[in-house]
Design a protein around this ligand. Structure first.
Ligand code: FES
Length: 139
């Protein structure tokens, strides 16, 4: 009788140990493979207007990807995805020319994201924004 209870107890302990070990392995694998939950994270980005002087760009992360807000020399604000539409490199703001240059294959875009030259098949994605209380709110 005592032997049977010991075996049952050991079986329960081994089962619990196996379950804990399987969970310790499965959880990181699940976290790696599961899609990122980005909706609530970075769904809106606020940038103080004071951080944007004429001709300059402010890079930030939007929905897990590189994005950029620029104030053109004429004062207009433009918010774009900074991810090149060719193979996904991050475009660089060329302040003097008011253009974006992709460092990977020399794709060239205007300040509003239109393709000027190079391999990018389409313009940079425009991001919607509003300006309120001295902040630019993207998204
Ligand atoms: S990745 Fe930008 S031009 Fe190729």
């Amino acid at each position: 009788m005592v032997v049977k209870e010991r075996r049952t107890f050991l079986g329960v302990c081994l089962g619990a140990l196996f379950a804990a070990g399987a969970g310790a392995i499965a959880y990181p694998v699940f976290r790696y493979l599961a899609p990122r939950h980005e909706a609530g994270n970075n769904s809106k980005v606020e940038i103080p207007e004071s951080e944007l002087t004429a001709g300059n760009a402010k890079y930030f992360e939007y929905q897990g990807k590189a994005a950029v807000l620029i104030r053109r020399n004429n004062g207009a604000l433009v918010a774009l995805s900074a991810v090149c539409t060719h193979l996904g490199c991050v475009v660089q703001w060329q302040k003097e020319k008011e253009e974006f240059l992709c460092p990977c294959h020399a794709g060239l875009f205007t300040a509003d994201g239109t393709v000027i030259s190079g391999p990018p098949p389409k313009p940079l994605e425009k991001l919607s924004f509003v300006v309120a209380n001295g902040k630019v709110i993207i998204g």
